[in-house]
Ligand binder design. Structure first.
Ligand SMILES: *Cc1c(COP(=O)(O)O)cnc(C)c1O
Length: 804
């Protein structure tokens, strides 16, 4: 194994031999899943040579490495990506073709890795791709979830969750590494004794011990031999699990850890399980990391010099007390020395300003599940308060920034105190962190705070998933943008070139045809590829305001029904979104979209002007055919709520026009393309703040004084969309009896007017194409390569590595 084929003929030989060796069958007799698995394993082994060389090079040069701890890595499929990054796609494609196999059919066999749920997880996956491609040693740590979030089916117009069995065919990219397994301890109690030198020795007794076994996945970079590792931890029974727990119960506890990403937290057992997952992968990851460090160096004194740890949101923040525990209890460091190492090694990324998403855990839970960790958290908190009191004499500062407040452990505060860097994910978001959410933390440690605007890997999201656009770019500006995405800027020289504009429109049409065929296949709906494709694809959440989009659709429908002279330029409104299983409002919005689609699409007066489509089971692979077929990118969150967004960047890079609020990274998109090339509307962060502070917003004023708003809102409860008038009452109540928390009615008229302008822009084909081309030209900044260069330079201090 580890054989590297050099050309098509060698590939074919190897492929044939492996099919026979593995399944005892000829190629003709083998099943398509067998062909897929053999190909996947072959590519994994091909890259394994680089993997070994990378590890050796890093050890030889004593290079610093970065470990990205994240609850999610939404990597999507890897076959195409890895073949492309390795530069062997064409060899393999042609070789398979000779053998009578269509590579596209094998690509379709792969499941999206079910290791996450949305933007945060996709960011982690984009980062891994950029790290390897840029030559940085940066690895991931996560859990090997048995099932993904869930598979979304639509039954009678409603979301139904079914298990996402992404491991059905196994995961061809992973390698089980039992020799690196470690134990993780939960529950029990802590006993202290004095050793012969008078030093306190900690014994964690009566613990539930669970074995953590790593499965390593190669992370293959583009045009480089450097190969990093995504390590997925799996829970198994420990051999010495000698506590008093009944055996069946123990096994159930073990299995539960791997079962799902974000288990239901509506019960206490569910909340314990989430906390358990967090500690499980963090403890296992750090223990293995310390051991690896000690295989190369004989001390941990230089741990922070050689290892950077990035915490993706607060889920892995237990890394801070856990690293303290290991350093003090296992390697006998004094508190101050240990804390210095921890702070120097750890950095924290904040992803949200929504208060309900800023994690807090009850003290009782943490103490029960993780008794030793809780002691350390308490001590970090005690020392923090002591130091601050000495420095400032400001109890208000202390009480708002300490870790333990009112019986709860505030994970973000723990992260800020225990790290040297705190970053937001877009300029506006970091501004809000500094001036609002973490204002007091900023006053105490301003040097920790910095911005790292998110990015997306332009390889997956442009070069590989949009070959039509790639071909046009290659021909027009050359291929340098593939290595240096900022070179997309060269396209600015061609935005007025009528020929290039025409060719771009042709590319877009091709992509729209591909999406239209997929829509027909999964929903049965025929869409007009000459209509404007208006797409909103993201998790369903009140703050993202899919409902605002829906209200506009209702508005157009009602107006066209009322006035036979009012007709719009044909539009296809496309939605794709999963709603959290317990999020009733979000699920109702999905149901409403289906009810409206049913009506609109089947109304002969209307359906030639407007269609509504909901694409089920949104995930990475669907995003890859959806974003690049869009004309309009809906980014309409309430200003101040979307930290960055990355969907907005994928659309932009493929030449869609942002229709958005000044929120998250939309602000930086407009900074680059200008207000002529993005359609911006609505309240700004300051407006929202002012209205909230003055308590001046009253949804009923809008409802009572603007007839078309009343008509739209009334349609939720007057039987328009369902024979049962109560069917969508939750939506009505959410708007009207919670004073429209996300300001939909306040923003509606501005949104509607901006939507109307789209038609004017679109009618002039060349003008529209020019706008799209400007967006592509300015999108290089949003490559995650730029983001990773900034992290590497400002936070991690990594060197680039060349592997022969
Ligand atoms: C990019 C992406 C997201 C993030 O979308 P936002 O619009 O930024 O919320 C979520 N899910 C998938 C599958 C993605 O590819």
């Amino acid at each position: 194994m580890g054989y590297k084929f050099k050309d098509k003929e060698e590939f074919k030989e190897e492929f044939k031999t492996r099919i026979i060796a593995k399944y005892g069958r000829s190629i003709e007799q083998s099943h398509i899943t067998e062909k897929y698995m053999v190909l996947g394993t072959m590519i994994r082994d091909y890259a394994a040579m680089n993997w070994k060389a990378s590890k050796e090079e890093i050890a030889k040069k004593n290079e610093k490495q970065m470990y990205y701890f994240s609850m999610e890595f939404l990597v999507g499929r890897l076959l195409t990506n890895n073949l492309m990054n390795l530069g062997i796609y064409d060899i393999v494609k042609d070789g398979l073709n000779d053998l009578g196999i269509d590579i596209n059919e094998l690509e379709e066999m792969e499941s999206d890795a079910g290791l996450g749920n949305g933007g945060l997880g996709r960011l982690a996956a984009c980062f891994l791709d950029s790290l390897a491609s840029l030559g940085y040693a940066g690895h991931g740590n996560c859990i090997r979830y048995e099932y993904g979030l869930f598979k979304q089916k639509i039954v009678d117009g409603k979301q139904v969750e079914v298990p996402d069995q992404w491991l059905k065919l196994g995961n061809v990219w992973e390698v089980r590494k039992p020799k690196h397994a470690v134990n993780v301890k939960f529950y029990g109690s802590v006993e202290m004794e004095m050793d012969i030198y008078g030093k306190a020795k900690i014994n964690h007794v009566g613990a539930q011990i669970i074995r953590a076994v790593p499965y390593d996945m190669e992370v293959v970079g583009h045009n480089t031999n450097l190969t990093n590792t995504l390590r997925l931890w799996s829970a198994e029974p420990a051999e010495d699990a000698s506590n008093s727990q009944e055996f069946g119960e123990y096994i159930r506890d073990v299995i539960a850890i791997n079962q799902n990403v974000y288990p239901d937290d509506s019960t206490e057992a569910g909340r314990y399980l989430r906390l358990k997952q967090q500690y499980f992968f963090v403890s296992a990851g750090l223990t293995a990391l310390i051991k690896a460090h000690l295989r190369v160096y004989d001390t941990l004194d230089n741990f922070a010099e050689k290892n950077a740890i990035q915490l993706n949101d607060t889920h892995p923040v237990l890394a801070i007390p856990e690293l303290m525990r290991i350093l003090m209890d296992d390697y006998l460091y004094e508190w101050d020395d240990a804390f210095r190492i921890v702070q120097e090694a750890v950095a924290y990324t904040n992803h949200t300003v929504l208060s309900e998403a800023l994690e807090k855990w009850p003290v009782n839970m943490v103490r029960t599940l993780l008794p030793r960790i809780y002691m350390i958290i308490e001590e970090i908190d005690r020392r923090y308060c002591y130091d601050l009191n000495y420095k400032y004499y400001r109890s208000d500062l202390i009480n708002s920034t300490r870790i333990i407040i009112d019986g709860q452990v505030h994970m973000a505060n723990l992260a800020i105190i225990g790290s040297h860097s705190v970053n937001g994910v877009a300029a506006l978001h970091t501004h809000i962190l500094i001036n609002d959410v973490f204002k007091n933390q900023y006053a105490i440690g301003p040097q920790k705070f910095n911005n790292k605007t998110n990015g997306i890997t332009h390889r997956r999201w442009l070069v590989y998933s949009n070959p039509q656009l790639k071909a046009l770019l290659d021909k027009t500006i050359g291929e340098s943008y593939i290595e240096h995405p900022q070179d997309l800027e060269k396209l600015m020289n061609y935005v007025d070139d009528v020929q290039v504009q025409e060719e771009f429109l042709q590319v877009k049409l091709e992509r729209k045809k591909i999406l239209a065929a997929y829509i027909k296949e999964v929903t049965g709906i025929e869409v007009d590829v000459n209509s404007i494709f208006d797409v909103q694809a993201k998790r369903l959440h009140a703050y993202k305001r899919q409902l605002l989009n829906v209200m506009h659709i209702i508005y157009l429908y009602q107006k066209m029904k009322e006035d036979p002279n009012f007709r719009i330029f044909p539009r296809t409104f496309i939605f794709a979104a999963k709603a959290a299983p317990a999020y009733t409002f979000a699920k109702k919005v999905i149901q409403l979209i289906h009810a409206i689609a049913e009506r609109v699409n089947n109304d002969p007066d209307i359906s030639q002007y407007m269609k509504v489509v909901f694409i089920p089971n949104y995930g990475v692979s669907i995003a890859e055919i959806l974003m690049n077929a869009a004309d309009v990118s809906e980014q309409i969150s309430t200003a101040g709520k979307e930290a960055s967004g990355t969907g907005n960047m994928k659309f932009m890079m493929n030449g869609a026009i942002t229709l958005g609020t000044l929120d998250g990274a939309n602000v930086e998109i407009v900074d680059r393309v200008g207000y002529d090339n993005a359609l911006i509307f609505g309240l700004k962060v300051e407006d929202v703040e002012t209205m909230k502070r003055a308590n001046s917003y009253n949804v009923w004023d809008y409802y009572n004084h603007i007839p078309h708003l009343k008509k739209i809102v009334d349609s939720f409860i007057d039987g328009t969309w369902s024979d049962n008038k109560d069917e969508f009452k939750i939506i009505y109540d959410e708007l009207m009896f919670k004073n429209d928390e996300y300001f939909l009615l306040a923003d509606f008229d501005a949104y509607q007017a901006t939507q109307a302008r789209i038609r004017e822009h679109y009618k002039d084909r060349h003008h529209w194409a020019r706008m799209c081309l400007v967006n592509i030209a300015k999108s290089g900044y949003f490559s995650s390569d730029r983001t990773i260069e900034e992290y590497a330079r400002d936070i991690w201090h990594l060197n680039k590595i060349t592997v022969k």
